[in-house]
Design a protein around this ligand. Structure first.
Ligand SMILES: CC(C)(COP(=O)(O)OP(=O)(O)OC[C@H]1O[C@@H](n2cnc3c(N)ncnc32)[C@H](O)[C@@H]1OP(=O)(O)O)[C@@H](O)C(=O)NCCC(=O)NCCS
Length: 184
Protein backbone atom coordinates (compact mmCIF):
# COMPACT_ATOMS: atom_id res chain seq x y z
CA UNK A 1 0.00 0.00 0.00
CA UNK A 2 1.04 3.59 -0.41
CA UNK A 3 1.31 5.59 2.81
CA UNK A 4 0.19 9.16 3.30
CA UNK A 5 2.96 11.72 2.69
CA UNK A 6 4.29 13.46 5.79
CA UNK A 7 6.81 16.29 6.21
CA UNK A 8 9.10 16.45 9.21
CA UNK A 9 11.86 18.78 10.35
CA UNK A 10 14.87 17.18 12.05
CA UNK A 11 16.44 18.78 15.11
CA UNK A 12 19.19 20.27 12.91
CA UNK A 13 16.55 21.95 10.72
CA UNK A 14 16.73 19.54 7.74
CA UNK A 15 13.38 19.19 6.00
CA UNK A 16 12.42 15.63 5.19
CA UNK A 17 9.51 14.19 3.26
CA UNK A 18 8.37 10.72 4.26
CA UNK A 19 6.39 8.87 1.62
CA UNK A 20 6.24 5.55 -0.14
CA UNK A 21 8.80 5.21 -2.90
CA UNK A 22 7.06 4.62 -6.22
CA UNK A 23 8.24 3.21 -9.56
CA UNK A 24 9.78 6.57 -10.60
CA UNK A 25 12.04 6.44 -7.50
CA UNK A 26 13.54 3.05 -8.38
CA UNK A 27 16.93 4.30 -9.60
CA UNK A 28 17.40 6.67 -6.69
CA UNK A 29 16.41 3.95 -4.24
CA UNK A 30 18.94 1.52 -5.76
CA UNK A 31 21.62 4.19 -5.44
CA UNK A 32 20.74 4.73 -1.77
CA UNK A 33 20.83 1.00 -0.98
CA UNK A 34 24.21 0.59 -2.63
CA UNK A 35 25.56 3.65 -0.83
CA UNK A 36 24.44 2.54 2.65
CA UNK A 37 25.82 -0.96 2.02
CA UNK A 38 29.21 0.62 1.28
CA UNK A 39 29.09 2.88 4.33
CA UNK A 40 28.49 0.18 6.95
CA UNK A 41 28.73 -3.59 7.33
CA UNK A 42 25.49 -3.53 9.35
CA UNK A 43 23.52 -3.98 6.13
CA UNK A 44 22.84 -7.54 4.92
CA UNK A 45 24.70 -7.07 1.64
CA UNK A 46 28.04 -5.82 0.40
CA UNK A 47 27.64 -3.02 -2.19
CA UNK A 48 28.58 -5.27 -5.10
CA UNK A 49 25.67 -7.53 -4.12
CA UNK A 50 23.20 -4.65 -4.53
CA UNK A 51 22.85 -5.51 -8.15
CA UNK A 52 19.13 -5.26 -8.29
CA UNK A 53 18.53 -3.09 -11.31
CA UNK A 54 16.01 -0.29 -11.50
CA UNK A 55 13.63 -2.46 -13.51
CA UNK A 56 13.44 -5.15 -10.82
CA UNK A 57 13.10 -2.56 -8.08
CA UNK A 58 10.34 -0.84 -10.07
CA UNK A 59 8.44 -4.13 -10.26
CA UNK A 60 8.86 -4.75 -6.52
CA UNK A 61 7.67 -1.22 -5.72
CA UNK A 62 4.57 -1.83 -7.82
CA UNK A 63 3.88 -5.10 -6.00
CA UNK A 64 4.24 -3.41 -2.59
CA UNK A 65 1.99 -0.53 -3.71
CA UNK A 66 -0.75 -3.03 -4.58
CA UNK A 67 -0.37 -5.09 -1.39
CA UNK A 68 -2.96 -4.50 1.33
CA UNK A 69 -0.45 -4.74 4.21
CA UNK A 70 3.13 -4.31 3.04
CA UNK A 71 4.50 -0.78 2.68
CA UNK A 72 7.60 1.37 2.54
CA UNK A 73 8.47 4.60 4.30
CA UNK A 74 11.14 6.40 2.31
CA UNK A 75 12.81 9.62 3.49
CA UNK A 76 13.61 12.24 0.85
CA UNK A 77 15.68 15.39 1.35
CA UNK A 78 15.66 17.70 -1.66
CA UNK A 79 14.73 14.87 -4.02
CA UNK A 80 17.44 12.56 -2.70
CA UNK A 81 16.65 9.33 -0.82
CA UNK A 82 18.35 9.54 2.58
CA UNK A 83 16.41 6.79 4.38
CA UNK A 84 14.58 3.65 3.46
CA UNK A 85 12.36 1.57 5.74
CA UNK A 86 9.51 -0.81 5.31
CA UNK A 87 7.53 -3.77 6.46
CA UNK A 88 7.20 -7.00 4.54
CA UNK A 89 5.28 -10.14 5.34
CA UNK A 90 7.40 -12.98 6.70
CA UNK A 91 5.51 -15.46 4.52
CA UNK A 92 2.39 -15.11 2.49
CA UNK A 93 0.67 -17.96 4.34
CA UNK A 94 -2.30 -17.61 6.68
CA UNK A 95 -0.40 -18.69 9.82
CA UNK A 96 2.20 -15.93 9.27
CA UNK A 97 0.06 -13.01 8.18
CA UNK A 98 0.00 -11.34 11.63
CA UNK A 99 3.82 -10.96 11.55
CA UNK A 100 5.65 -8.12 9.81
CA UNK A 101 9.43 -7.92 9.27
CA UNK A 102 11.08 -4.50 9.41
CA UNK A 103 14.13 -3.23 7.58
CA UNK A 104 15.69 0.24 7.76
CA UNK A 105 18.71 2.08 6.39
CA UNK A 106 19.72 5.70 6.67
CA UNK A 107 22.70 7.15 4.81
CA UNK A 108 25.65 8.01 7.04
CA UNK A 109 25.28 11.75 6.51
CA UNK A 110 21.78 11.66 8.05
CA UNK A 111 22.47 9.19 10.89
CA UNK A 112 22.31 10.44 14.45
CA UNK A 113 19.94 13.32 13.70
CA UNK A 114 16.76 11.67 15.01
CA UNK A 115 15.52 10.48 11.63
CA UNK A 116 15.76 6.80 12.62
CA UNK A 117 13.40 7.27 15.55
CA UNK A 118 10.93 9.21 13.39
CA UNK A 119 10.99 6.47 10.75
CA UNK A 120 10.72 3.52 13.17
CA UNK A 121 7.79 5.18 14.94
CA UNK A 122 6.09 5.89 11.59
CA UNK A 123 6.63 2.30 10.43
CA UNK A 124 5.23 0.81 13.65
CA UNK A 125 2.17 3.06 13.59
CA UNK A 126 1.46 2.15 9.96
CA UNK A 127 2.09 -1.57 10.60
CA UNK A 128 -0.44 -1.55 13.43
CA UNK A 129 -3.04 0.22 11.35
CA UNK A 130 -2.44 -2.24 8.47
CA UNK A 131 -3.37 -5.15 10.74
CA UNK A 132 0.05 -6.53 11.64
CA UNK A 133 -0.02 -7.78 15.24
CA UNK A 134 3.73 -7.78 15.72
CA UNK A 135 6.88 -6.56 14.01
CA UNK A 136 10.15 -8.47 14.01
CA UNK A 137 13.71 -7.72 12.93
CA UNK A 138 17.26 -8.99 13.03
CA UNK A 139 20.26 -6.81 13.84
CA UNK A 140 24.04 -7.23 14.07
CA UNK A 141 24.92 -7.77 17.74
CA UNK A 142 27.46 -4.89 17.62
CA UNK A 143 25.04 -2.40 16.06
CA UNK A 144 24.59 -0.66 19.41
CA UNK A 145 22.93 2.45 17.99
CA UNK A 146 20.26 0.42 16.20
CA UNK A 147 19.65 -1.86 19.21
CA UNK A 148 19.28 1.15 21.50
CA UNK A 149 16.80 2.73 19.08
CA UNK A 150 14.74 -0.45 18.68
CA UNK A 151 14.57 -1.09 22.43
CA UNK A 152 13.49 2.48 23.07
CA UNK A 153 10.74 2.04 20.46
CA UNK A 154 9.34 -1.02 22.28
CA UNK A 155 11.26 -3.95 20.75
CA UNK A 156 12.50 -6.75 23.04
CA UNK A 157 15.29 -9.22 22.38
CA UNK A 158 13.95 -12.71 21.72
CA UNK A 159 17.03 -14.61 20.68
CA UNK A 160 20.48 -14.73 19.17
CA UNK A 161 21.76 -16.58 16.12
CA UNK A 162 25.45 -17.15 16.78
CA UNK A 163 27.82 -16.37 13.88
CA UNK A 164 24.90 -15.31 11.70
CA UNK A 165 27.11 -13.05 9.58
CA UNK A 166 30.60 -13.76 8.27
CA UNK A 167 32.46 -10.67 7.08
CA UNK A 168 35.10 -10.59 4.36
CA UNK A 169 37.82 -10.28 7.01
CA UNK A 170 36.79 -13.69 8.32
CA UNK A 171 35.22 -12.43 11.56
CA UNK A 172 31.69 -13.37 12.59
CA UNK A 173 28.85 -11.39 14.11
CA UNK A 174 25.84 -12.75 15.96
CA UNK A 175 22.35 -11.66 14.97
CA UNK A 176 20.02 -10.41 17.69
CA UNK A 177 16.38 -11.12 16.94
CA UNK A 178 13.84 -8.64 18.24
CA UNK A 179 10.07 -8.30 18.31
CA UNK A 180 7.47 -5.76 19.33
CA UNK A 181 3.99 -7.16 19.96
CA UNK A 182 1.27 -4.53 19.67
CA UNK A 183 -0.97 -4.14 22.71
CA UNK A 184 1.56 -5.71 25.11
C1 LIG B 1 20.40 2.32 12.86
C2 LIG B 1 19.76 3.57 12.27
C3 LIG B 1 18.46 3.22 11.55
C4 LIG B 1 19.44 4.55 13.43
O1 LIG B 1 18.94 5.74 12.88
P1 LIG B 1 19.50 7.18 13.37
O2 LIG B 1 18.79 8.24 12.63
O3 LIG B 1 20.97 7.15 13.28
O4 LIG B 1 19.02 7.12 14.89
P2 LIG B 1 18.49 8.29 15.82
O5 LIG B 1 19.37 9.48 15.63
O6 LIG B 1 17.02 8.49 15.63
O7 LIG B 1 18.65 7.62 17.25
C5 LIG B 1 19.81 6.99 17.59
C6 LIG B 1 19.77 6.67 19.08
O8 LIG B 1 20.87 5.82 19.37
C7 LIG B 1 21.70 6.43 20.35
N1 LIG B 1 23.05 6.01 20.04
C8 LIG B 1 23.91 6.53 19.11
N2 LIG B 1 25.06 5.82 19.14
C9 LIG B 1 24.92 4.84 20.08
C10 LIG B 1 25.76 3.80 20.55
N3 LIG B 1 26.98 3.62 20.06
N4 LIG B 1 25.27 2.97 21.52
C11 LIG B 1 24.03 3.14 22.03
N5 LIG B 1 23.18 4.13 21.61
C12 LIG B 1 23.64 4.96 20.66
C13 LIG B 1 21.42 7.90 20.23
O9 LIG B 1 21.74 8.59 21.42
C14 LIG B 1 19.92 7.89 19.96
O10 LIG B 1 19.22 7.59 21.14
P3 LIG B 1 18.27 8.66 21.88
O11 LIG B 1 17.24 9.07 20.86
O12 LIG B 1 17.69 7.88 23.03
O13 LIG B 1 19.17 9.77 22.29
C15 LIG B 1 20.75 4.30 11.31
O14 LIG B 1 21.86 4.75 12.04
C16 LIG B 1 21.21 3.44 10.14
O15 LIG B 1 20.45 3.23 9.22
N6 LIG B 1 22.46 3.00 10.19
C17 LIG B 1 23.08 2.29 9.09
C18 LIG B 1 22.37 1.02 8.65
C19 LIG B 1 21.84 0.20 9.83
O16 LIG B 1 22.53 -0.01 10.81
N7 LIG B 1 20.60 -0.26 9.67
C20 LIG B 1 19.93 -1.08 10.66
C21 LIG B 1 20.02 -2.50 10.28
S1 LIG B 1 19.15 -3.54 11.45
Amino acid sequence: MLIKEKRVVLRDGSEITLRSAVAEDAEELCRHRKQTSSETYFMARYPEECEEDAERTRNKLNVVAEDEKEFMVTAFCGGKVVGDAGIGKIRNHIKYLHRGYMGISICEEFCGRGLGRIMVEAVLEQAKSNGFEQVELGVFSDNYRAIHLYESCGFSRTGVIPRAFKLKDGTYRDEIQMVVVFGQ
